[in-house]
Design a protein around this ligand. Structure first.
Ligand SMILES: Nc1ncnc2c1ncn2[C@@H]1O[C@H](COP(=O)(O)OP(=O)(O)OP(=O)(O)O)[C@@H](O)[C@H]1O
Ligand SMILES: [Mg+2]
Length: 225
């Protein structure tokens, strides 16, 4: 694969918890625009891999590179800024603020980055929520789980990231809402032209992705997508 097409690379990376290796990667390269499902049994390290890939979990050794940026060499503040600017994250438990409305939640990461959120971003948040069928002014604690997930998707897509990284984005949804969430993720990632990396146990989601990486506890990852 040529360097231009590579989005992110983990090289000789390990993560240990209490001395135990939770993640071991000889090399994992993800191409721009790739759609990758990360599968494997519970405890196999899917969340750990996603967290390593976005710089949320610090490596115990090795390198994480996104383009010219060696993320593993950045301090915590710079890694947070890198993630905010370049990655749309969707965590399993949504991490929405229940007392804010849908629009303010969709704008949450932007509001950390800008002293005053630009009008264009507010307009984009409103557009994404409308498109996803969520009322912008509804308080998040009154939304259904499916609607909360769509707010999380809107937030992840807001700043047109280079990758959307989602940890089990359909795990707590019924099949109809799960299918809608997958459709929205695929459509929006396609429009943005960004990569989509999802950890999942959901066969319907896994089938829709272009690539699959199956993790096994204790095995070293070596793969190019
Ligand atoms: N912060 C932590 N401290 C200690 N151990 C951890 C921590 N995070 C994860 N682990 C351990 O690392 C291993 C991998 O966990 P991880 O959460 O990545 O699995 P997973 O594949 O995402 O599982 P699931 O499908 O249940 O979400 C597990 O054995 C887990 O107990
Ligand atoms: Mg997990």
């Amino acid at each position: 694969m040529d360097a231009v097409a590579t989005l992110a690379t983990l090289t000789n990376a390990t993560i240990r918890f209490d001395g135990q290796i939770a993640l071991s990667v000889k090399r994992l390269a993800i191409a721009k625009g790739a759609r990758l499902a990360v599968t494997g049994e519970s405890g196999s390290g899917k969340s750990t891999l996603l967290n390593a890939l976005c710089g949320l979990e610090r490596l115990n050794g090795g390198e994480l590179r996104w383009g010219e940026t060696i993320v593993s060499e950045l301090g915590e503040f710079e890694r947070d800024r890198f993630r905010g600017e370049r990655i749309g994250l969707i965590m399993q438990e949504f991490y929405l603020y229940p007392d804010l409305n849908a629009l303010d939640n969709a704008l949450l990461s932007a509001s950390f980055r800008f002293w005053r959120v630009p009008a264009a971003l507010k307009a984009r948040a409103a557009y994404l929520l409308k498109r996803l069928g969520v009322k912008a002014d509804q308080a998040v604690h009154t939304l259904s789980r499916g609607e909360k997930q769509r707010v999380a998707i809107a937030r992840a897509c807001l700043s047109k990231p280079e990758a959307i990284i989602a940890d089990e984005p359909t795990a707590s949804l019924d099949s109809r809402n799960a299918a809608e969430a997958v459709k929205a993720l695929l459509e929006l990632a396609g429009e943005i032209g960004c990569a989509l990396v999802c950890a999942s146990h959901d066969p319907a989601l896994i089938a829709k992705m272009d690539h699959r990486l199956k993790l096994k506890k204790g095995e070293t990852i070596e793969a190019d997508f």
